[in-house]
Design a protein around this ligand. Structure first.
Ligand SMILES: Cc1ncc(COP(=O)(O)O)c(C=O)c1O
Length: 382
């Protein structure tokens, strides 16, 4: 019997067995509170600090620049709220295709009257128009730029070097949501002009509910969560110890064979593009996602032919034992469609599906998915 096929790795990835093994002792024997000064506490404190050092090492940061959080959303919120409230930022520039963790936070800040919010222009594929960013940066008060590295829905990749350079020239603060690329691309903060970066363990085979915020040592901000003195007064609350241990282990596995994983996943994505093109007469891709070298290799956003049954597409794929995700392209701006697909002008009458891959995805699973898609779509579209 066919096992279920999991093609929703941009939503979350399965936990690696080795990560679970590293975490288990911290759910049983090593239960001390890292803030306690007795030996139960001290052994756990030392494991947390070792994890911090490891995480910092993978992005070439200093351990004092790493702050553990409950995940990507909290890290984004902390960076955005705190830079506006602490660094004298009066204006923010972002894009219409950011994750809601960024968009809703900036919209809230704008609603409170704390910032003026601007959206950088995107081209027809949803890529940031750097000339427009430069134009926006050239005028106005101190600015926060929040542009993601890899887009979670359509896989567009931003050029962090170029954006960082523009921010440097205009003395802007640069926050980058790297949730989809952390653990999937080499990131070296020494080579980038970035003030804030974000990671979430569950996107690279780590546990859910844990992540981190990198804060460049040149910026000093107030905490988002007030309480005890954990995380050097930046984030009160007893640490998610086993989560932190799992995060560091997952990062170690991700970066120990980054190229191997990249090559495997890229080949799977290229194979799916090829199989879709040969199977359907009318196939398109949303955003930049079929640009093999220029987009996130884990994400492929497919625009399948028009069909009366497209409303049921994800449901039908689920029945066929395939887990993936979608989001209708809501162009009216009133419905609850995907704001990203709407921003790149995706055709809402077509079947828009995001397939996202991991190191565990196989070409056989892609063949199975194509077979099921062909069964779902009328023969005229083959
Ligand atoms: C680009 C991006 N940013 C932020 C988040 C939020 O991360 P978390 O679920 O860890 O809060 C996600 C998760 O889907 C994401 O894809």
């Amino acid at each position: 019997m066919q096992n279920r096929v999991y093609l929703d790795n941009a939503a979350t990835t399965p936990l690696d067995k080795e990560v679970l093994d590293a975490m288990l002792p911290y759910m049983s024997n090593h239960f001390g509170n890292p803030s306690s000064i007795h030996s139960h506490g001290r052994e756990v404190r030392s494991a947390v600090e070792k994890a911090r050092k490891q995480v910092a090492g993978f992005i070439n940061a200093s351990p004092s620049e790493i702050f553990f959080t409950s995940g990507g959303t909290e890290a984004d919120n902390c960076a955005l709220f705190s830079s506006v409230h602490t660094l004298g930022v009066k204006r923010a520039i972002t894009s219409k295709i950011e994750h809601h963790a960024v968009l809703h936070t900036l919209e809230q800040l704008a609603k409170e009257g704390a910032i003026e919010l601007h959206f950088v222009n995107l081209d027809e594929k949803g890529r940031v128009v750097l000339a427009h960013l430069e134009e926006l940066l050239a005028s106005g008060p101190r600015t926060l730029v929040s542009l993601m590295h890899g887009n979670n829905e359509i896989g567009n990749l931003n050029n962090l070097e170029a954006i960082g350079e523009l921010c440097k020239q205009h003395d802007a603060i640069f926050h980058c949501d790297t949730v989809q690329t952390m653990g999937h691309y080499p990131i070296d903060v020494q080579k980038l002009n970035i003030h804030f970066l974000v990671g979430a363990a569950h996107k690279f085979h780590g546990p859910k509910g844990v992540g981190f915020l990198y804060i460049n040592s040149s910026v000093k901000i107030n905490p988002l969560i007030h309480g005890g003195s954990q995380e050097r007064n930046m984030r009160g609350g007893t640490e998610n110890v086993y989560g932190i241990i799992g995060l560091a282990k997952a990062m170690e596995i991700a970066y120990s064979d980054l190229e191997g994983h990249q090559n495997h996943i890229k080949a799977v994505k290229a194979y799916m593009i090829e199989r879709l093109k040969e199977s359907f007469t009318d196939i398109k891709f949303n955003g930049d996602s079929d640009n093999l070298d220029g987009s996130l290799y884990t994400v492929l956003n497919v625009s399948l032919p028009e069909s009366e049954d497209n409303d049921m597409l994800l449901f039908n794929l689920d029945i066929a034992k395939i887990s993936c995700s979608g989001g209708s392209a809501c162009s009216s701006g009133t419905g609850i469609g995907s704001h990203v697909l709407a921003a790149v002008g995706a055709d809402g009458n077509r079947g828009n599906v995001r397939f996202s891959f991991s190191k565990y995805t196989t070409k056989e699973e892609i063949d199975y998915t194509i077979e099921k898609l062909l069964a779902i779509y009328p023969v005229e579209s083959h």
